[in-house]
Write a protein that binds this ligand. Structure first.
Ligand SMILES: [Zn+2]
Length: 330
């Protein structure tokens, strides 16, 4: 959580882990506690102009609700926007976190000024935020870029938590990698991971980075294979969207160079030469804060848009008018 000014500069930030599967009451209740603390800490009694929230699942942007998110029990259709709008008397917008990370990067990070960008998050799950002509491309319902469940293999033993088989996320997402690392440690395919399991069970995807640094062949192969899978999906996106920049974020993307090297190789090998002529692939500079920057800019963009500004400019401020976030008439 953080407080931003109207220029998108983050003034105050608080970070802590949260278990999204604990459900909206517990998670959002804690977010509200933290919001209240941040607001109390502001120097003067400044009114809240708007609230931006990012969620790790598909969000119907127009209404600010998550829709059938695969790892978020209890969140389906939960009125996230309505809850914050009512509590703080301010317009609120909710989006998928990867979209917000992409927005944060084009405004405050590596991609500032870039027009065509793909932000790919490889964490527990996998998702992409697409920027086209300098603007987020959300698609008709807001789920554009949800690439974690693209089918990569016909192998019916690769079962994804979404219920389908063969998804990219089930092969290369952090949860899948952690499961494979733990299994390899248990059955002796990797002596290094077996050793590590004595202190920590189950393993996490980030343990693979240490294993690679220690030259563990199983982990090198696992991360390379994951990188190739993600890279071939990205190559399709490159041919489709022709971005000039791909930014990688999330815990798995940050876990060593093995995955990144394999991913790069697959993208350059499988994309059209013209599409990769000036293509750069880089890690996120803003890291964990990309989404926070993006949430601030989402609110600022909405409030100052030519469609919304006339609805509040005569009032002097949007504070106290949560209805300003209502979907615009077609
Ligand atoms: Zn899936």
């Amino acid at each position: 959580v953080g407080v931003s000014d109207l220029a998108g500069r983050l003034r105050d930030i608080h970070e802590e882990p949260a278990d999204i599967s604990a459900g909206p009451e517990q998670v959002l209740g804690r977010v509200e506690e933290l919001f209240d603390k941040l607001i109390d800490g502001l120097a003067d009694d400044r009114p809240i102009w708007g609230i931006g929230i990012g969620l790790p699942g598909p969000v119907e942007y127009a209404v600010g609700r998550p829709i059938a998110p695969p790892i978020m029990p209890g969140w389906d259709a939960y009125p996230v926007r309505g809850r914050f709008a009512a509590r703080y008397g301010a317009p609120a917008w909710v989006d998928n976190e990867v979209n917000l990370m992409a927005l944060g990067e084009i405004r405050a990070g590596h991609a500032r000024g870039q027009q065509d960008v793909v932000f790919l998050k490889i964490g527990t799950g996998i998702g992409a935020g697409l920027v086209s002509h300098g603007h987020l491309h959300r698609g008709a319902q807001g789920v554009a870029g949800d690439v974690g469940h693209v089918a990569i293999t016909e192998d019916r033993s690769v079962i994804c938590r979404c219920g389908n088989v063969g998804c990219l996320e089930a092969l290369a997402g952090g949860a899948a990698l952690a499961r494979q690392a733990t299994a390899a440690g248990r059955d002796g395919r990797s002596p290094y991971l077996a050793e590590r399991l004595r202190d920590k069970d189950p393993l996490e995807a980030t343990d693979l980075a240490d294993a690679v640094a220690h030259g563990d062949p199983f982990s090198v192969e696992l991360l390379s294979t994951a990188g190739r899978h993600v890279g071939s999906m990205l190559a399709s996106l490159v041919n489709f969207y022709n971005p000039s920049l791909i930014i990688l974020g999330g815990g798995v993307a940050g876990a060593g160079d093995q995955l990144l090297a394999a991913l790069r190789e697959a993208v350059y090998r499988r994309s059209l030469p013209l599409a990769t002529r000036d293509l750069r692939i880089t890690r996120s500079m803003l890291s964990d804060q990309a989404g926070l920057h993006g949430a601030a800019f989402m609110v600022i963009d909405e409030l100052l848009s030519v469609e919304r500004l006339p609805n509040w400019i005569d009032l002097g401020s949007p504070a106290g008018h949560p209805e300003l976030a209502d979907p615009l008439p077609e």
